[in-house]
Design a protein around this ligand. Structure first.
Ligand code: 5GP
Length: 204
């Protein structure tokens, strides 16, 4: 059976990557979204086991020591990690898996999983990013400044990604991510050519 593909999506906070991913998930059937573990406190509306697995620092460190994360990283002062087993099981079962993780995590996954597809969501400009972060009305000026600096640090990794999608319009950004997923399913992967050639060699 053909394995599923792993799609890793990163991008600075405020670029709308979460919304793009939910649009994409609505349009595709054979794909699951990885649920990360984190030590940050749940926000209003966050559901444990749906949005994240909320863990204490001790629980998180124990799981990391037991090798239960595909990757983990410290983001904005909290630990975040991708549980390993669901990723392996999903991909082995032929379903695609989407990970929405920061650049540090994405680079760690890339070391282990080069056949993954790495997508970076960009804001139209830094000016628009600032307007979006300010417009949310949820963050203090120093937090916005920190996020703007972090954004530049993350964008510096763009050359490590396979695709860059600019989110100036939500519908077209989601459409572009869908197109990438469809195109990647047509990619001839390493080691696949021999199988295809021998299949076509038998006329039946
Ligand atoms: P938030 O707490 O706002 O949901 O997420 C903060 C940041 O953590 C985002 O950039 C998000 O992509 C990243 N993140 C979420 N889950 C993971 C994960 O499992 N691993 C890593 N490395 N980053 C994550």
């Amino acid at each position: 059976m053909k394995k599923g593909r792993l799609f890793v999506v990163s991008g600075p906070s405020g670029t709308g990557k979460c919304t793009i991913i939910s649009r994409v998930m609505e349009r595709l059937e054979n794909v699951s979204l990885s649920i990360s573990a984190t030590t940050r406190a749940p926000r209003a509306g966050d559901v444990d086991g749906v949005d994240y697995y909320f863990l204490t620092e001790e629980e998180f460190i124990n799981r990391a020591d037991e090798g239960r994360f595909l990757e983990h990283a410290c983001v904005h002062g909290y630990y975040y990690g991708t549980p390993l087993d669901p990723v392996t099981e999903t991909v082995e079962s032929g379903r695609d898996m989407i990970l929405e993780i920061d650049v540090q995590g994405a680079m760690k996954v890339k070391e282990k999983y080069n056949e993954g597809v790495y997508i970076f969501i960009l804001p139209p400009s830094m000016k628009v990013l600032r307007e979006r972060l300010t417009g949310r009305g949820t963050d203090a000026p120093d937090v916005i400044e920190r996020r703007m600096n972090n954004a530049l640090g993350e964008i510096a990794y763009i050359d490590r990604y396979d695709y860059g999608v600019v989110n100036d319009d939500l519908d077209s950004a989601a459409e572009q991510v869908l197109d990438i997923i469809k195109a990647e399913h047509c990619r001839v992967l390493d080691g696949e050519a021999d199988k295809i050639i021998s299949e076509y060699g038998e006329e039946n």
